[in-house]
Design a protein around this ligand. Structure first.
Ligand code: B9F
Length: 123
């Protein structure tokens, strides 16, 4: 569609799934992130996300959201943009930063990972 409403279920190339429950009139949203991968000691749990998107009507909105991992002391932020794929399907291109908790200032240098995820709508 020539719009980008992030509401609904999305899956990335790792198999992680996220559900955006509702986007309000300001573009603010919340939802849940189900990561398919983790190297935490504890079992994976669905974790809350909160974010915002632009409400441009050209289908190419930018967005950002934060995930507060419930099973670890770490935090991830994602930022990205919606596009229409070859077949007109919605594609979210995103870049993430994952902040791991470290025990001291001298360890700060190694606390952040980054990467790229591509999401498509499920169902
Ligand atoms: O595995 C991560 C973690 C943080 C501190 C101990 C374990 C938590 C899950 C992150 C999931 C990431 C990927 N999933 C996805 O869909 S968020 C970005 C990727 N996209 C050890 C220290 C830091 C990481 C591993 Fe840990």
């Amino acid at each position: 569609p020539l719009q980008c409403d992030l509401t609904g279920w999305w899956e990335n190339e790792l198999g992680s799934k996220m559900h955006v429950s509702e986007v309000d009139s300001q573009g603010n949203f919340s939802g849940e992130y189900h990561t398919a991968v983790s190297s935490a000691q504890k079992p994976i749990e669905p974790s809350p996300l909160i974010g915002s998107q632009h409400l441009d009507e050209d289908g190419q909105c930018t967005f950002g959201f934060t995930v507060n991992w419930k099973f670890s002391d770490s935090t991830a932020v994602f930022t990205g943009q919606c596009f229409a794929g070859e077949g007109g399907e919605e594609v979210l291109q995103s870049t993430w930063l994952l902040r791991e908790k470290v025990d001291s200032l001298p360890s700060d240098w190694k606390a952040t990972r980054t990467g790229h995820n591509v999401f498509t709508r499920m169902g």
